[in-house]
Design a protein around this ligand. Sequence first.
Ligand SMILES: NC(=O)c1ccc[n+]([C@@H]2O[C@H](COP(=O)([O-])OP(=O)(O)OC[C@H]3O[C@@H](n4cnc5c(N)ncnc54)[C@H](O)[C@@H]3O)[C@@H](O)[C@H]2O)c1
Length: 456
Amino acid sequence: MKHSKRPVNRRTFLRTSLGAAAVGPLAGMAWKPYTGRGGRAEILRVAAIGVGGMGWTDLRQVASHPAVEIAGLCDVDSNNLGRAEELFPDAEPFRDWRELFDKHGNSFDAVTISTPDHMHAPIAMTALMANKSVYCQKPLTHTIYESRRLREVASRKPIVATQMGTQNASRDGKLQALAMLKAGAIGELQAIHGWSDRPAGWWPQGQDRPAGSSPVPDYLDWDGWVGVAPMRPYKADAYAPFKWRGIRAFGCGALGDMACHICDTPIQAFKLYTPTSAICEATDATEDMFPSKERVVIEFKGVKASGNKPVKLYWTDGGRMPTPQELNIRADYSLKQNTVAVIGSKATLLIQPEAGTPLLFRDGDPVDDLKLPDVPKQNHWHQWVDAAFYGNPTQSSFGFAGRMCETLCLGSLASRFPNQMLAYDAKKMSFPDFPEADKFVRTDYREGWAVDGLST
Ligand SMILES: NC(=O)c1ccc[n+]([C@@H]2O[C@H](COP(=O)([O-])OP(=O)(O)OC[C@H]3O[C@@H](n4cnc5c(N)ncnc54)[C@H](O)[C@@H]3O)[C@@H](O)[C@H]2O)c1
């Protein structure tokens, strides 16, 4: 494909449009040439895969780091690709990510992945196997097995920096909440409640597979979009863009979409990494789609912070939410959507990902004179770029994200068997009392789409 050559002063444009607000985690440290983990060059050459939707933000945020060169662009939608080419005329454009790796693999050090969920792991694994650093959108994966494999392979690649795209995890409020939980602000951990209003009419759930088909628009490579999933006919306004989220073949439903953003802080603070069971209450789950609303209860093995007693995460979506009393908060308090409440023996902490400041409640009332911990200013995207140079830890590395998303994939899987308690053996990644569920731990990739590291 030919790409346009427009004289854009990329660095100036990006620094003024995005970079001004971005402060790296190593603020105060002078930027040095790229001699860190890779030690190959002075610039981190990034290929961006999926550049519409959230990918458009990821592309510009990563590019606003002064040490980044956008070396490749890839999208199955030629309109989205064309828009990115206009901004980065020197980057090599591709419609097929496999070709990007095969033909252009020596020309980039790192990738961003902002495609629909079912393609995250295939592309991320291919990148890891090629020793590329990876910034991958949330949820990290589509299945339990993919989460486990990405975590395992990333752990054997100290040369690469990894980050899941939960950008709020690096915002002040979430970092403050994390520090407070780690410092024991709530006493002994008792329970976690997370909730979201999604799908909230933004995308369909609780329906049968969309019937009929439409002609594939000439700008879209539908075969590439379906990728590793079973082929189905294209239908306008049913899948691409954005509406694929509630469909099991492509997305992870409201829980998969939102719990990464909402529940990550307590899961990380308390290292809740061993889920032992999940149950989903829902009435309209279908074979093709996640339910329109649900309550999912995931139990974890006890951790030090819970006095080694098992801990339950109660998740509700589709508008269902807990009452303040269930959270040990006074009855007339007005709870907001998309929040997590972490309940302890001494207090409850409310964390609202986008609202910022965490709220601590003692004896049902908010603590007014709460002294919030100091946290360094972070930019999630730049933190990842810096990690490729300096090896600093990232907030949502695959080491953490793989663990959390394995649990969230378990929660999503439970909606296939409403009201069925699924005991989970994390060591074996299986359901000893309910083997029918085992076949959903991983999915077979479509013929011709085998992925090294995931298809064996
Ligand atoms: N972190 C956040 O706040 C946030 C917000 C929105 C979306 N997301 C995540 O970003 C991802 C994308 O979501 P979206 O809403 O932007 O979806 P979208 O459907 O709007 O956009 C996906 C983009 O990827 C392209 N694409 C699809 N398949 C591809 C493939 N095989 N190779 C290359 N490009 C491909 C599409 O053409 C499109 O440009 C999802 O995983 C979603 O969960 C994160």
